[in-house]
Design a protein around this ligand. Sequence first.
Ligand SMILES: [Zn+2]
Length: 681
Amino acid sequence: MAGRIRDADVALVRERSPIADVVSEYVQLRAAGRNELAGLCPFHEEKSPSFYVNVATGLFHCFGCQQGGDVYSFVREIDGLSFREAAERLARRAGVTLTYEGGGVTDRTVSSQRQRLLEAHRVAAEFYAEQLGAHPAARAGQEFLTARGFDAQAAHRFGVGYAPTGWDTLTRHLLARRFTSEDLVLGGLSKPGSRGGLIDRFHHRLMWPIRDLAGDVVGFGGRLLEGGNTSHAATPKQGSANAGPKYLNTPETPLFRKGSLLYGAEMARRDIARHYQVVVVEGYTDVMACHMAGVTTAVATCGTAFGAEHVGVVRRLLMDSDERRGEVVFTFDGDAAGQKAAMRAFEHEERFATQTFVAVEPSGLDPCELWVRGGDAAVRELVARRVPLVEFALRGVIGRYDLDTTEGRLAALDAAAPLVGRIKDTGLRHRYAVNLDRWLGFLDERFVASRVAEHRGRATATDRAGAGANGAGGARAGAMAGGARGEIAAGASGGARGGPGGSAAVASTVGPRRAGTVDSADPAAVVEREALKLAIQYPGFAAAMFDPLPPEMFTVPAHRAVRELIARLGGVYGGLARTGGVGAWVAELSAVATEEELRRVVTALAVERLLWDRDVDDRYVDEQMSRVQELHVTRRIADLKSRVQRLNAATDTDAFNRAYGELIALEQHKRQLRERGVGAA
Ligand SMILES: [Zn+2]
């Protein structure tokens, strides 16, 4: 078994893996300050961004759920990887070859299981792609593509391949390359045959490699082709291997989790962020046709309906929050199945702040067929003709009733009213109630609106009951997001703490975990925090003025703990001199903070935005450090004053005079500090 990865390699990979680039593969980020980027947290559900990345310190921190760390922690957390797996994934991305202590350079015998599975998929994808051009039975695949307007170049662009006829062509190919039988089965590339040994999972199929957001192949979608048995079957049994469902995907494996995978997402990612639009189509060829037609925001689910996890992925790619309204466009067939799919999507509609739309081709053609017949313009036109999902769903529901009879129209109203009642936006709800009235021909808006209101009442009652039954989990996630918003707003303005989520219940749930964050009602806490942020994020500026401040000047226990931690590393000056850079300095701080709570505080301080949006300079640093001292002196003056008041000037003359003299000196010192602070401002 392999040894550990060399420290030098870990550092090199970190250096070559800018945190913003790596995080952007999963979360759409936007500038939120000089060094900070913000996005929707991938680790908890939220409506507005409280997930921050600091490009200078190389750390991320979520002010909602307190998840935070460096680029390694991010990759580990989001992909569920061990440290070694995360290092391997980042190393591959950065083009660094890892050396294992006590082992050789990276190869299949020493690398992790995940790494081996990814490698097997890479080799398999290459193999399939080669077969498409080389295998005699692949002609059916080429014909399939040609009939849909895809030439060899298009096939190459999307990595389309061919899984050959025969029992174990791919399996033998991979075993010959020293992949193990266990890995091939685990990865879903092969399966045990009925006569023992391994056979391929895919036979005589056109193959689409499915990639994760980082661009690694994690599975395949295969379309059964015609005529496999006749062209290449030696025995009837072999022929039966070519049967099966029209579409077959990789089963659930450690790499392939279809609930959260979207085919085409890694290609569409950048344009989704740029155009604030995602187009969700149904098939692999539809994704291809859309991209060929210039609709480069198209993705498809992989053999499953569009579900809750997909919503999360899409929202993060769009950075779907109230501030920025992107759009999600679903394309469905005009038929019954399409209606059903639309209704399912409608179930998730409320989870998008984004507006959801449906693009339906009246002739019932899917985007690929449309592209074949009408070219690029027809596909773009389809997307441009989108209608709101609510409208589409409503028309679908009322279309099932006979609207020529009063009974039919009333029944249609009863079926449609709950849908309208579920729309959260009041104005939109009213508009659809009016539309519904027109579509049904009652010409009585008030009657329709009252039916909708009835269902609205029911819907909110169930919501409340649901939230109650859901327990602390759901309530807490919402409360945290609210609390986080409050905190960031307070941090930026220096105003009072709290905000929409700042109820007592929130404080009791979140309080202990947020012990280290700033209570902005306390000026000392705010100033201490700013001083610590400067010491961590701008060590070069802060060292000279921060290092003389003793830990007792920090009143918040978590702040004092961080001050002590910095002292243990020889102060900012010592630490910076030894590590030589902001990134390494922060990495050392986090490494030394062995206690989880302390590490969280350090991470938050390394990511949090300063209360100052201009360039950091000596004057700003001086002002903040002076303020820390000034507040410390103010506290000492208050103590002394109360002592002076307890002393009797006549009987305790010596003590009184000493205390009084000290008080005068402190007041003087405070004035100087204040002048420095003001002078700098
Ligand atoms: Zn979070």
